[in-house]
Design a protein around this ligand. Structure first.
Ligand code: HEC
Length: 141
């Protein structure tokens, strides 16, 4: 019984390490439950999308690239590569709340800084949703 339990713990640990190794040693953290349940506003007006595009170009493009492929001008040589949003299926696999959390709080140990209120960028909730809606519209493949 005991060895069975230890066996499954070892197996789970192995799977974790193997998937981390495939991602170059880094696993993007998952948002806490209270963030995962957040939902983007249902409709994005033309104006909201334009504003989201502006924020993206000003603050995100240099790493994530104008096409969302993760190949911005500042992307090269970063320890953890900027996420390629335009990769097939990527945006479909990320919930609104997960995207929101990383943009607001950043991802520790990577160059993905926090952009929420109180940071240098100081993006309000509304501005974060607009940039998310822009990204979902432009980069979903
Ligand atoms: C200095 C480079 C840099 C800039 C600028 C930057 N990012 Fe990132 N971003 C990263 C890196 C590196 C990661 C990968 C983090 C990880 O995997 O933990 C990332 C990851 C992400 C993710 C992935 C979350 C997930 O769960 O898949 C989102 C969404 C994101 N960034 C949005 C943005 C937005 C929006 C902006 C602009 C407001 C921005 N980023 C600006 C480097 C950057």
């Amino acid at each position: 019984m005991k060895s069975k339990i230890i066996g499954s713990i070892v197996a789970v640990m192995f799977m974790f390490v193997a998937s981390a190794a495939m991602a170059g040693g880094h696993v993007t953290p998952t948002a806490p439950a209270d963030y995962l349940s957040k939902k983007a506003p249902k409709k994005a007006s033309k104006k909201a999308l334009e504003k989201g595009a502006k924020t993206y170009k000003k603050k995100c493009k240099k790493c994530h690239g104008s096409k969302g492929d993760g190949k911005g001008t500042s992307a090269e040589g970063l320890k953890v590569a900027p996420t390629a949003f335009s990769a097939a299926g990527y945006m479909k696999g990320r919930s609104d709340g997960q995207l929101y959390w990383i943009i607001e709080k950043g991802s520790e140990g990577t160059d993905m800084e926090a952009f929420g209120l109180g940071t240098d960028a100081n993006l309000s909730e509304k501005k974060i949703w607009r940039v998310i809606q822009y990204m979902q519209k432009e980069f979903t493949k």
